[in-house]
Ligand binder design. Structure first.
Ligand code: ZN
Length: 120
């Protein structure tokens, strides 16, 4: 891949990582506020807080997955493997990388993963 495209994707990935980390920290402090309220609250409020906490937890879970994928892509970049499908080593199309710079698979392998025909 040419240097200019690489730099473009690196910027995109680093921006995404920054945003995720910010969101993650914000949610973590939000989570502790919910916890603090829970101790003082009556049972009705506690139920509300529990579902809020569950919601926050599920959010930070998917954020963590995404963060992992972004970090992974940056590592691949350092090793000069960025933009290649980790399964078949085909080049991932630029169109796909523009939409998902942290993509690990080419379109055909991604389809196999999503339909369960390729185990990851
Ligand atoms: Zn592939």
């Amino acid at each position: 891949m040419d240097k200019r495209s690489l730099e473009k994707y690196r910027t995109l990935l680093e921006e995404k990582r920054g945003n995720l980390l910010k969101a993650y920290t914000r949610k973590k402090s939000l989570g502790s506020e919910v916890g603090g309220k829970e101790r003082a609250a009556d049972i009705v409020d506690m139920a509300t807080d529990a579902s809020t906490q569950e919601f926050l937890y599920s959010l930070s879970n998917s954020d963590r997955e995404l963060l992992k994928a972004v970090e992974n892509a940056l590592t691949l970049m350092e090793n000069d493997d960025f933009g290649e499908c980790v399964e078949c080593e085909e080049r991932i199309s630029k169109k796909r990388l523009d939409a998902v710079p942290w993509a690990r698979y080419c379109v055909s392998c991604q389809e196999l993963v999503e339909t369960g025909r390729l185990r990851v």
